[in-house]
Design a protein around this ligand. Structure first.
Ligand code: HEC
Ligand code: HEC
Ligand code: HEC
Ligand code: HEC
Length: 448
């Protein structure tokens, strides 16, 4: 980890700046014009709404974002700006389960390495389990977890506000009702606001992080007192990928962070809040310490054999593997060998992602099925998008040439893998001709 994080996070950031400055000065003599330099503009970093994208999958180019590139961009920003705090708005993950816990813990490490000040867990984090968040995950972070309107039983296990001393800013985190999360009481934001406002130090500006949708802001934003409106800012993850200002709601400015963590977002803290964004471009190698954390995550997913434990549904027959098709459909097999579909597994091996179920499921045969892909060693013949990925398990067909279970493969079938996230340019009319099977000839084993 690059920097250790102290309790007082603002102090921690300053310590980081000093360290950074020391590291970047070629010799230790004080430079004569240091004092004459303009003070660096003060900014607050905002992140969140990664929706599980701890790193981009690389399925579609350019592959933007990732915690490693975010950390690299924060270091670059420190050269020209004074970072007063760094707030993560949550919804780093959007579902529960062991892999999401491992991912969330890696997010926490990465946030710690860039001296995050506070995390506002959103509904996505609560799906990991409220007790887990309050008792286990929060201990792994170097910063507090803040949710202003949630109780566990009668207790409030999370901070209800976070304060930046200079300039004076108070941060609240509000979440919508979370009926699917056991054991928590979510106080309706409109009912909770008066108590938060009553405890607000006079003159403080307020940033409210909202864990719900843009469209759910209006019903509670009316509870922000008129005299506070101009000093208040609502930040929401948002549905758009790109960070941008939304229409003000009840006289309050609203900022959407964008999703999937593709940009670094910072706010200047002068008279007005100004938005600074930086694309986390594919050309950025990422901060080495955070790259190492991502490798640790990949290793943990492998060690826990999460791909093998993926829930499987039963299918009527087994998978034969594409070698079994060669005897009778040689020309089709030879053509497939040359296509990207038969490189799909090597693609994952190249980035050490071949044990990650979130990747493997579309880069192999029969991942969701009993008898389908399990691991490179247990099912070596079921790697890649081979014949039965499209035609279904075909053991019976190999034996007796019964109809293959997939029936006629339709364009709708392709989009199970070629979905908008992983193949946004997919169009059957342009994609199929690239991999279309050759017409069977006399040499073909089917006898045509
Ligand atoms: C929902 C299915 C799906 C998932 C999940 C998925 N991929 Fe892919 N991947 C695809 C498809 C489809 C393509 C081809 C996209 C295209 O060409 O339009 C692809 C292409 C790629 C490519 C580009 C290959 C090349 O050389 O052009 C890489 C790299 C890749 N995936 C890595 C990953 C990684 C890493 C993960 C997990 C983090 C992952 N994929 C998860 C479906 C998926
Ligand atoms: C022993 C020879 C043989 C083997 C092995 C074989 N096939 Fe076939 N396959 C045939 C014959 C014969 C047909 C019928 C050809 C026709 O009518 O055009 C056929 C037709 C098909 C069809 C089109 C009709 C349908 O049932 O949907 C598909 C798809 C197919 N085979 C896939 C496969 C796959 C996948 C494998 C490997 C798992 C495989 N075949 C292995 C002989 C074989
Ligand atoms: C099981 C998941 C899966 C299914 C189903 C699937 N694909 Fe793919 N496809 C992939 C992956 C993964 C890649 C990227 C492979 C790589 O380069 O790593 C890909 C790549 C491609 C490519 C680019 C590779 C090349 O050789 O040019 C084309 C074209 C393509 N798919 C067409 C299709 C069509 C058409 C269908 C439906 C008939 C289909 N795919 C069904 C997963 C799938
Ligand atoms: C990416 C999905 C995909 C993969 C992988 C795939 N096929 Fe097909 N296959 C199709 C589609 C789609 C059709 C229907 C073709 C059409 O409508 O023109 C088809 C048709 C066929 C047919 C019927 C005869 C024909 O040419 O129309 C046979 C036989 C066949 N496939 C065998 C295979 C074999 C053997 C493999 C593995 C070497 C394989 N397929 C891999 C999508 C796939």
């Amino acid at each position: 980890m690059r920097l250790s994080v102290s309790e007082g996070t603002v102090l921690g950031v300053f310590a980081g700046l000093v360290l950074w400055a020391a590291a970047s000065t070629p010799d230790s003599r004080p430079s004569p014009d240091v004092d004459a330099r303009e003070p660096k503009p003060e900014v607050l970093i905002l992140s969140g709404n990664e929706k599980g994208f701890i790193r981009p999958c690389g399925c579609t180019k350019p592959a933007l974002g990732g915690v490693h590139r975010r950390a690299e961009a924060v270091v670059a920003l420190e050269a020209s700006h004074s970072i007063l705090g760094s707030i993560s708005l949550g919804n780093l993950v959007v579902e529960g389960g062991r892999q999401q816990q491992l991912k969330f813990e890696t997010f926490l490490l990465a946030l710690s390495s860039v001296n995050a000040s506070v995390l506002l867990p959103g509904p996505g984090e609560f799906l990991l389990g409220a007790e887990y968040l309050a008792n286990e995950a929060s201990k792994l972070a170097s910063f507090p977890f803040l949710v202003s309107n949630v109780k566990l039983g009668e207790a409030r296990p999370f901070a209800v506000n976070h304060r930046i001393e200079a300039p004076k800013i108070t941060i609240w985190g509000l979440v919508p009702p979370m009926p699917e999360v056991a054991g928590v009481t979510v106080e309706p934001p409109l009912e909770r606001l008066p108590a938060l406002v009553a405890a607000l130090p006079p003159q403080d500006r307020v940033i409210i992080g909202w864990g719900g949708l843009e469209s759910e802001i209006a019903p509670w934003a009316t509870g922000i007192p008129t005299e506070l409106q101009a000093r208040c800012l609502i930040v929401v993850g948002g549905t758009s990928d790109i960070p941008r200002w939304l229409e003000p709601v009840a006289g309050v400015k609203v900022l959407s962070l964008g999703s999937k963590g593709r940009d670094l977002v910072a706010l200047t803290l002068g008279e007005t809040w100004e938005l600074i964004t930086k694309r986390l471009a594919e050309s950025m190698p990422g901060a080495p310490d955070v790259n190492a954390m991502l490798d640790g995550y990949r290793q943990a997913v492998k060690d826990e054999a999460l791909a093998e434990q993926w829930p499987k549904t039963a299918v009527p027959e087994g998978y034969a593997g594409d070698q079994a098709c060669r005897e009778c459909h040689l020309e089709i097999c030879e053509q497939l060998d040359k296509s990207g579909h038969m490189r799909a597994f090597a693609t994952l091996v190249a980035t050490n992602d071949e044990f990650d179920p979130e990747c493997v499921r579309c880069h192999v045969v029969g991942f969701d099925h009993v008898g389908g892909y399990l691991s490179p060693t247990k099912t070596p013949t079921l790697v890649n998008v081979a014949c039965e990925a499209c035609h279904g398990p075909s053991e019976a067909h190999v034996q007796s040439q019964a109809k293959t279970p997939g029936g006629k493969v339709s364009p709708e079938f392709c989009v199970r893998c070629h979905d908008p996230d992983n193949s946004p340019k997919f169009d059957f009319k342009t994609y199929w001709p690239k991999i279309q099977h050759p017409k069977p000839t006399a040499a073909d084993g089917t006898g045509k």
